[in-house]
Design a protein around this ligand. Structure first.
Ligand SMILES: *Cc1c(COP(=O)(O)O)cnc(C)c1O
Length: 404
């Protein structure tokens, strides 16, 4: 199938399988107690077809720009199903989002809440707001309790008791709950449960002692999925029962539906649906080392590593040969930073061959240095099993628009 798609659509090409999106979505809902809402973080992959498949199965959308708002609406989300987050919401963005009907915001500071309120009042509406909480960091399971770090994200938990009256009185807004997001990509169940215990404990305490409303409590995410290497999504068989136990302990009202619960995920929902097909452009030897030069570099995959956001990309191709010779997989860009894998066990490769990088449905195209060095964006092919559903390519500005 991949070989066939590479021949038909060329390389580099991303292939997203909607059947796998549906499977991931259903698996995540299955890991959670009944009634949990799941917000899909469009940051992971805003492709409308992927977002649509998640919406069809009951997900809501978490966005943090008007670009993502447009993708979410295109994917079929109702404005009322959207949560708008982020520390730098501009007045123009807020006006646009509220104008489009978005009514739920996560606010990261007192002034952020005020900005939402001003935009809502101009529109003659009241915006529902979740206070994002900057907790003291740490996982209950490991007993590590660091002091809360300064951050552009969230309101410092320790300041909430004194701020609460002013927050609740902010014109144009109604504080309806809290948003926690303390952890990404948790490798094991115990650290996830430990984190949630800490979050639920903090939420319950702020509810009781500071009057933090909890009509809606977003406990964050952290569900992990492999990135750009073979593997499967992490299963968390004890999560559902563990979470129910923690909720009974800290927020027993959840059983009566008094508190609506939500979590959020990007990579777990879209990561494993996507593969990148990259073409071998050249193979060269240099001082005893082999370099396989692909037509896909950090402009196509793993781009965030180029800006130091993540560890350097270390992709693993599906066709790795454990008995193969060692070599480097590099992209075509004129920077030594364009390295995808060093000392990889590679099969025999020659120009024209295609290699497959699995598990890049999240943080692929839009998390890459797409306009760096002026190459076209990769093709994105959406399939459902063996059937091609759509073919598209992000069209970024190839030429500068010069104003007179
Ligand atoms: C990035 C982000 C997510 C998604 O994170 P994943 O690790 O992809 O699940 C969810 N919520 C918020 C607030 C985020 O910033």
């Amino acid at each position: 199938m991949n070989q066939h798609l590479a021949e038909k659509f060329g390389t580099p090409t991303y292939v997203y399988d909607l059947d796998v999106v549906a499977e991931s979505r259903d698996q995540l809902f299955g890991l959670l107690p009944e009634g949990f809402q799941v917000f899909y973080a469009l940051k992971a992959n805003p492709h409308p077809e992927i977002a649509h498949e998640l919406h069809r199965g009951g997900c809501r959308a978490e966005i943090s720009s008007t670009g993502e708002l447009a993708y979410a609406l295109q994917a079929g989300f109702e404005p009322g199903e959207i949560l708008y987050t982020g520390p730098g919401k501009t007045d123009a963005e807020l006006a646009q989002a509220i104008g489009a009907g978005v009514r739920l915001f996560s606010v990261e500071s007192v002034t952020d809440l005020q900005h939402v309120g001003v935009a809502a009042e101009k529109h003659g509406v009241v915006a529902s707001c979740l206070l994002r909480v900057n907790t003291t960091q740490g996982s209950a399971s490991t007993g590590i309790r660091m002091m809360g770090r300064p951050s552009q994200f969230g309101i410092d938990a320790e300041t909430l008791p004194s701020l609460m009256p002013a927050l609740k009185a902010t014109p144009g807004t109604r504080v309806v709950g809290a948003h926690f997001f303390t952890m990404s990509n948790a490798k094991d169940e115990d650290s996830l449960l430990g984190e949630y215990e800490f979050v639920l404990q903090s939420a319950a305490q702020l509810h009781q002692e500071a009057g933090l409303p909890l009509e809606l409590l977003d406990i964050g995410g952290g569900f992990s999925s492999p990135y750009a290497v073979p593997g499967v999504r992490t299963d968390y068989p004890k999560l559902r029962a563990g979470l129910e136990q923690l909720l009974d302990l800290y927020l027993p009202e959840w059983r009566t539906g008094e508190i609506e619960l939500a979590c959020e995920s990007g990579r777990y929902l879209s990561g494993s649906c996507g593969s990148l097909l990259a073409g071998v452009v050249n193979v060269k030897e240099s001082r005893g080392s082999r370099f396989v030069i692909l037509d896909a570099g950090i402009n196509v995959v793993g781009g965030l590593s180029g800006i130091g956001r993540l560890l350097p990309a270390a992709v693993g191709i599906e066709d790795t040969d454990p008995n193969g010779a060692t070599g480097s997989l590099v992209g075509p860009l004129c920077t030594p930073g364009d390295s995808l894998a060093k000392a990889a066990k590679l099969p025999e490769l020659a120009p024209g061959d295609v290699v497959t990088v699995p598990n890049v449905g999240a943080y692929g195209v839009t998390a890459s240095l797409i306009s760096f060095l002026g190459r076209p964006a990769p093709t994105e092919v959406v399939v459902r099993g063996d059937e091609v559903v759509s073919v598209s390519r992000l069209d970024y500005q190839r030429a500068y628009e010069v104003s007179p």
